[in-house]
Design a protein around this ligand. Structure first.
Ligand code: UDX
Ligand code: ADP
Length: 464
């Protein structure tokens, strides 16, 4: 079976870049990306490709190359479903904020709505691909909805979780470590699986395309994220121990990372991991384990989140303690709001929680981030609901340049590892700040001795 027409429901951080890559690598396939969010689709269609809604290095060039050739963005979900042989579901699956499983389980309402819409609209057989990260056995629910509400057409269900990381989406999609495709163990299921393998085989070596059953594929995505987050929490736990023992967490990371069984990646201590996936997926894993009565398994993974929350709070507390136990009325500059460099995504960013803590202590905050808008920053704070939106706007100012942020500040805290922060003239920053000038490096991007020589009082995560 050769796929000629793809529909992707959800034009977000996963659907947008992934479909752009498929369109670029498969010029014979027409790819329709649809979303109910009109302004998001309008941004994807903006004449100036630099205005697409997601900032990812290299993405706008790829969009320019494919858009309106074989890649289309639209809000007409029904038409795209009707025309497709294969439908990717790339909608969001946030943590539930209500009812059973509140704060832990994945909220599948958007997935269910998609399934019902597909079932209602489809008049020909379709292959449905779960692209969003989902709890294990979601395909069962999908199958039930599709089969019970459909028009008698046949649906094959595949799980094809996306492993790309934000900020490196284009290169991750171009050169994935592996592509995972879970399928049903029937003759039809195998054919559907092969149809998707053939799409990726246009640019991914066949031996890197792994096929498994649907349940293994669904669970592997949660497991991969849990293992990655666990590494960050592990090194962060040791960063606290390093600070009291005068060991240097960077040196420890290098020493253990050269053991080929451990490996060097994902061992950078930080103010805490953020992003849309890690916390959500671990909470989901914890919830699933609890649902099956596996309390020890649940407790084991929950500790990764507990450690991460501790790390964010610990960093904020350190600022208050160092500034003579009070930051009330003091100006504190935050450099970076995104959850990591090279993205404008702020979901679960450590910066939000550090800012919230400091605002509770009545600090006056200025924020500079090269890619995040002021509106996003205020939305993030308002969403927490700790204080009124007027108060957030009064106490926290978003500025356009780093120098505006640090002028007359008592302290500067680096919360995102943007390259430009490394290249600043830190002497100029020092001169603009009030003295003593405190510098809190939550990302270990500066050489502590160099900045101390300038005159800063420096705190670096993981250094005594
Ligand atoms: C992650 C997974 O890497 C990806 O495979 C999955 O598809 C989605 O979730 P992402 O959230 O985009 O990707 O970013 P990632 O690079 O994994 O970083 C997550 C967080 O961990 C960031 O806040 C980052 O700063 C932090 N981190 C990462 C560290 O603090 N230290 C590290 O060594 C690595
Ligand atoms: P992710 O990081 O998983 O890609 P995003 O929140 O960036 O998550 O993107 C998910 C997108 O899915 C959003 O733009 C949202 O509007 C869209 N979406 C959610 N439900 C539906 C639906 N039923 N039909 C079409 N689009 C949807």
């Amino acid at each position: 079976m050769k796929i000629k027409n793809i529909c992707c429901i959800g034009a977000g951080y996963v659907g947008g870049p992934t479909m752009t890559m498929i369109a670029a690598k498969c010029p014979d396939i027409k790819v329709n990306v649809v979303d109910i969010n009109k302004s998001r689709i309008a941004a994807w269609n903006d004449r100036d490709v630099n205005n697409i809604p997601i900032y990812e290095p290299g993405l706008s060039d790829l969009v320019a190359q494919t858009r309106d050739h074989n890649l289309f963005f639209s809000t007409d979900v029904d038409a795209a479903i009707a025309a497709a042989d294969m439908i990717f579901i790339s909608v969001n699956t946030p943590t539930k904020t209500y009812g059973v499983g509140k704060g832990m389980a994945a909220d599948l309402k958007y997935i269910e709505l998609c399934a019902r819409q597909i079932a209602a609209v489809a008049t020909t057989d379709k292959i449905i691909v779960e692209k969003s990260t989902l709890p294990v056995r979601t395909a069962e629910a999908l199958r039930s909805i599709l089969d019970n509400t459909g028009n008698g057409v046949h649906f094959d269900i595949l799980s094809n979780p996306e492993f790309l990381a934000e900020g490196t989406a284009v290169s991750d999609l171009l050169h994935p470590d592996r592509v995972l495709i879970g399928g049903e163990d029937t003759e039809r299921g195998k054919k559907a699986q092969k149809a998707l393998v053939d799409i990726y085989a246009n640019w991914v070596p066949k031996e890197q395309i792994l096929t498994t059953n649907v349940w293994s594929s669904e669970l592997s995505k949660l497991t991969a994220n849990a293992f990655l987050a666990q590494r960050v929490s592990s090194i962060n736990a040791l960063s606290e121990l390093c600070e009291v023992t005068e060991a240097d967490v960077n040196e420890v990371a290098r020493a253990i990372g050269t053991d080929s069984r451990i490996g060097p990646k994902f061992l950078k201590a930080s103010v805490g991991f953020g992003g849309s996936c890690f916390q959500k997926d671990i909470l989901n894993l914890v919830y699933i384990a609890q649902t099956y009565g596996l309390q020890e398994v649940a407790d084991y993974w929950e500790q990764v989140i507990i450690m991460n929350d501790h790390q964010k709070r610990r960093f904020a507390k350190k600022i208050v303690k160092t500034l003579f136990n009070t930051v009330s009325g003091k100006k504190i500059a935050l450099l970076g709001w995104a959850f990591k460099k090279d993205t404008n995504d702020t979901r679960e960013s450590a910066a939000i929680y550090v800012a919230d803590y400091l605002l509770n202590e009545q600090a006056e905050i200025t924020v500079y981030d090269p890619k995040v808008t002021a509106q996003q920053i205020y939305n993030d704070l308002d969403y927490l609901g700790t204080r009124s939106s007027e108060e957030n706007r009064r106490l926290l100012k978003v500025v356009d340049t780093p120098l505006q942020a640090v002028e007359d500040a008592h302290a500067t805290a680096i919360l995102t590892e943007w390259n430009e922060f490394m290249n600043y003239d830190w002497k100029e920053v020092y001169d603009l700040m009030l003295k003593p000038a405190f510098l809190f490096d939550g990302r270990m991007i500066l050489n502590q001795q160099d900045v101390e020589k300038i005159g800063f009082e420096v705190y670096t995560i993981g250094k005594g």
